[in-house]
Ligand binder design. Structure first.
Ligand SMILES: Cc1ncc(COP(=O)(O)O)c(C=O)c1O
Length: 454
């Protein structure tokens, strides 16, 4: 076993003050569950697709990886042919008149890389970026490592975990550089309506900041399109026309769209993402990407290019199957467990145990019931007390009702099948008795509603 001894040099303070990746902590809990063929471990923690991509892509990949020409570098912002193909795809998603051209696109080694390159290009250490809470933990971790301050924007279950532009306005300071949204959201699953996204675009324009929208799960919104920000002037959202009558919306001035190929195309291991933004911004991003990735992985780009336009039926079928699984989960979930929001790959669920925080519930679910989930606390932690002990993470004091906040758990419906969803729900019901904790009462009318849903 590798030694974990002393180091003869100092570590980066920015890194040591950043939380360790939280998912291994949930897996560590699951390590003590006695799994058996009749009672297997059930993993609802991972936001990864549960299916493989179509055979045509696997064949294309094996051909591309054998080709000597795929061994070299390509441009820092990716193969032009795939960028052209992506503009066509985006017109399919956002509307035929979406104003997107090949020069607006940079391909990256995944969407996380897209976020890092974006924030490095627009903010310096000491600057501030607003993130709705709960956040996608890699966003906050990235900001922390870069010395950029994360400014938390509280969201509540009452509001369906939708962020408020009015509240965001109270957080603006001279150091604010951007607000970064994720829709459909990770971890809450909340899908932000086009009107809310337009209101945030107006907000970004008013305060001269960037609106970053991570749309990793956009293809799982049925029906689309997710928003109208790429529309030409004549079709601009109303709030943008009304709030900015003299300077109409021109998306390249404020909007930065981030995308991941991981979920829609079921290729998380091949590392492909995209930044869609003004070419002026992308020329700075190119400097960053040249250092971070030199270029995105080539075989996957070469394999995807001729196939990209053929994927829509596959993506739609996948989205429909995830939607059906969401609905099954909603139907089978025991009545005391309450769904706060649901969409993309995730359901955000309030557990029924009185006075117990979600981390403790997730821990016992993994260790005793063999159900792996992620508690809300993993999506609002800001720092660690002691390095090396992943158990000593602390949550930042976030300005919200602690009782309500502490009870939410993220379930991913993407990587499980229908039978597993059923088993998870059975084990949640068992846990109500076996954990021996006091339970909230079943809200009136819920049982009747459930019967109707069935
Ligand atoms: C919101 C969000 N952004 C980015 C990513 C990472 O995407 P990629 O695999 O393209 O880096 C994830 C993965 O779970 C995610 O949930």
């Amino acid at each position: 076993m590798a030694s974990t001894g002393r180091l003869g040099f100092r570590l980066s303070r920015q890194v040591t003050s950043t939380i360790s990746p939280p998912i291994p902590r949930a897996y560590k809990w699951a390590g003590s569950f006695m799994s058996s063929p009749t009672r297997p471990l059930l993993d609802m923690s991972q936001g990864v697709p549960g299916i493989a991509p179509p055979q045509s892509l696997l064949d294309g990949l094996s051909k591309a990886s054998k080709s000597p020409s795929a061994c070299g570098y390509c441009p820092a912002t990716g193969e032009v042919s795939l960028r052209v193909a992506l503009t066509g795809e985006m017109k399919g998603v956002y509307g035929q008149y979406a104003d997107i051209s090949v020069d607006d696109i940079a391909l990256t080694a995944g969407c996380n890389m897209a976020f890092v390159a974006t924030v490095m290009s627009l903010a310096d250490a000491g600057d501030e970026i607003i993130l709705p809470v709960p956040w996608y933990f890699n966003h906050q971790m990235t900001l922390n490592m870069l010395g950029i301050k994360t400014v938390p924007l509280t969201t509540t279950a009452q509001d369906g975990f939708l962020p408020s532009p009015e509240l965001a306005a109270t957080l603006i300071t001279p150091k604010t550089r951007a607000i970064a949204l994720v829709t459909p959201n990770n971890p809450t699953g909340a899908v932000y309506p086009p009107s809310l996204i337009a209101a945030f675009a107006s907000f970004a324009k008013t305060y001269n900041i960037a609106l970053i929208v991570d749309e990793t799960y956009r293809d799982f919104i049925i029906p689309g399109p997710p928003h109208a920000l790429f529309s030409p002037l004549s079709a601009s959202p109303n709030s943008l026309i009304e709030n900015h009558p003299t300077q109409p919306w021109s998306w390249r001035e404020n909007f930065i769209h981030l995308f991941s190929f991981s979920k829609s195309y079921c290729i998380p291991g091949h590392r492909l993402g995209a930044i869609v933004a003004s070419p002026t911004f992308l020329s700075e991003v190119t400097t960053v990407l040249d250092c971070l990735q030199i270029c995105p992985p080539r075989p996957i780009q070469i394999a995807l290019t001729p196939l990209l336009h053929t994927f829509r039926p596959f993506i739609l079928e996948h989205a429909k199957s995830i939607e059906r699984r969401h609905s099954l989960f909603r139907t089978l979930l025991p009545s005391r467990w309450k769904i706060g929001a649901q969409g993309g790959f995730y359901a955000f669920v309030k557990h029924p145990f009185k006075g117990v925080n979600a981390t403790e519930v997730s821990r016992r679910l993994a260790m005793e019931a063999g159900v792996i989930t992620l508690p809300a606390e993993f999506f609002c932690q800001e720092r660690m007390v002691a390095r090396g002990d992943v158990g000593s993470l602390v949550a930042t004091e976030i300005d919200a009702d602690p009782d309500e906040d502490d009870m939410w758990i993220r379930f991913s419906v993407a990587n499980v099948d229908d039978t597993q969803v059923q088993k998870v729900c059975e084990r949640l019901a068992e846990s109500e008795e076996s954990f021996g904790w006091k339970l909230v009462s079943i809200p009136k009318g819920i049982e009747a509603d459930k019967q109707l849903n069935k």
